[in-house]
Structures are given as structure tokens and as C-alpha cells.
Design a protein around this ligand. Sequence first.
Ligand SMILES: Cc1cc2nc3c(=O)[nH]c(=O)nc-3n(C[C@H](O)[C@H](O)[C@H](O)COP(=O)(O)O)c2cc1C
Length: 345
Amino acid sequence: MRKSVLFDPITIGSLELKNRVMMPSMLTNEVHKKDGVPTDFHMIHYGARALGGVGLILLEGTGISADGRIFETDLGLWNEEQMVGMKRLVDLLHGYGSKVGVQLSHAGRKSEVPGRVIAPSAIAYSDEYRQPEAMNVEDIQTVVEQFKSSAALAEKAGFDVLEIHVAHGYLLNQFITPLVNKRTDSYGGSLENRYRIVREVIHAVKSVFSGAVWARISGAEYDEAGTTADEFVTIAQWMREDGIELIDVSSGGVINRAPDAIYPGYQVQLGSRIKNEVGIPISVVGILGSPELAEYILRSNQSDLIALGRPLLSNPNWLWHAARELGTIENYKVFNEAYERGKRF
Ligand SMILES: Cc1cc2nc3c(=O)[nH]c(=O)nc-3n(C[C@H](O)[C@H](O)[C@H](O)COP(=O)(O)O)c2cc1C
């Protein structure tokens, strides 16, 4: 019997990955010039994870517009200079064996960037955040267009995956949740109306981006008046129909409240329900740094990919150590002969 499946290749829709470990998006706030352009830091930071053998690296949350960034030190993808920097990064990571994705994001009411703050309704996230302006239909169309132009730049930069950020209480998530979306027009009210902008963004992005289009959702909002688990199953069905190839399931961030308990694998059942009922591939995340737990989740068919955030921040060579722990070091392919000596050490 094989010792592990964590190191097995997998094909998800149009994407082939050499193993089942993905680095999820994590902001690094290292764009000190505030121009959204990747720096040497990004080359080294992501390059180290590529050398460590990570199958798919999703770059940190990347703004589709200057105002749409969460922080001024975020990456951006709304102009050619940013695209050229991203292309350099994508080429570099491809050269070291990883597939690469970008997470396109608009912060909505959670933006901490100077300028106009917009949201589906004029409700602030908390006392520390600014009161947003409720978006009119023209604002909604502008955001859809910005996602599209950003996706066209992602195509030029050569990304394998484009993940639309519909999680953690950022703009598209603000439309989904009835806790924030109090609109009475065709973008609010019923679940179908609350999903409308997401559908428009998916279609716009897919019209210009030829790689895999994924979405990240917050599958639990931790408030009884929020989007229900059944509604998330419906949303996942719609996403699948709209051409999303994988749903990256996270949770929270919608309102200023944390879940009661956070423990290894606490978000897995949110994703596995969607996977089983909708039949769409998923990725799960959240304290999954134990190789045995990751292996169990995959073997029990609860997820297709394992996303490791903080475990990969603390250890770019997580896969190497996981292979040792699972007794499957022969399945871990190091970058070159010199690294091979480390395997025998
Ligand atoms: C420093 C840091 C930055 C993050 N930035 C993002 C982000 O840009 N986009 C996103 O969807 N999630 C972001 N997250 C959440 C992670 O992708 C991940 O879901 C979370 O850390 C839980 O997984 P873990 O227990 O493996 O760390 C961030 C997390 C950390 C620790």
C-alpha cells in the first residue's frame, strides 16, 4: 500500500499539480513603495516555498484597484508595471517547479487605504473602520470591470490560477451576507440577488482569463442571522455552473466576531459538505500542519487539496519534514542533487 497520497499528483479541472499542498493567500505588507509592484522580497519569499516543493502557490490578496486594496502595502494588479513584476515572479516560481495563482480582491468596507470606501450598504465593519458609501449600480459595474481588467493582466502575467476573493468579509462577501447587504434592488434581498455580482465577476473574469478560475468563500459567518450552511451549498452549486473549478473553503471575517472554538481541522466539515453535496473539488485550510491530519483528510475524501498558511510561513520546507514523518521520503522530490544529500542526512 502507498504510504501517502499527500505527495501524489492531482488534476483539478484544467490544472495539473505535482502534489496536494497549496500555500493559501497571505498578505505580507511588503510593498513599501505602495505601488502594488512585487519586490525582491516577494521573489525570495515565494521562491523559498517553491524550492520547498509546494505544488501550488497562491500569491497574497492582490488589489484590483488602488482603492480596493486592504492596505497600501498590498500587491496590486491594475496596471502594466504591476503585470510585468508579476510575470517575473510567475516565471521564477514556474522555473522552480510550482504552479502559481493570484487572489484578486476588493476590500469594500474593510479597506484601510485613504480614499473612497464602498460597500453594498452604508454599514461600518466596526467603530475602528470608516463608514462606507452604499454602492450604486454604476459602482457595481465599475467593480466588475476592474475584476475583468485585472484578470486580463493576470492572463498576460501567465498565472495558472485566478482565485476570486469572496471570503473574510471583503467586498464580494459583503454582497453575499445578509448581515451587511441590506439592499432592496436586484443586488440584495434573495440569495440569488446577493450572489448576482459574484456571478457577473466570474463571467467577466472567465471571458479574459484562460487558466483555472477558483473562488474562496467564508463557509460560516458565526452569526445566526448570517448566510446558512444550506445557502452555501446552493452558492457552491451556482459557482460550479458558472465555471468555478475549485472552492477554497475558509470561514469568518464577515463581522467582528471569532468562532467559539478554533482547533486543528475546524473548517474541514464546512468544505467536505460542499464537496460531497455539490461534487465540486475543494481546498480546506485552518491549522492543518500535522502531516497525519492532512493525510487523513485526503484519504477520507474530505478535500482535494490541503492549504497550509502559517505552517508554510514558519517552515518553507514543511513538505520535506512531512515526508519524513509519514515515512515516505522517497516520494518527496528535492530540487537538485545537493538537496538530495540533505534527505540522506
Ligand atoms: C499573515 C496572514 C495573512 C493572510 N492574508 C490573507 C489573504 O490575503 N487572503 C486570504 O484569503 N486569507 C489570508 N489569510 C488567511 C490564510 O490564507 C489562512 O486561511 C489562515 O491563516 C488559516 O490557515 P492556517 O491555519 O494554515 O494558517 C492570511 C493569514 C495570515 C496568517
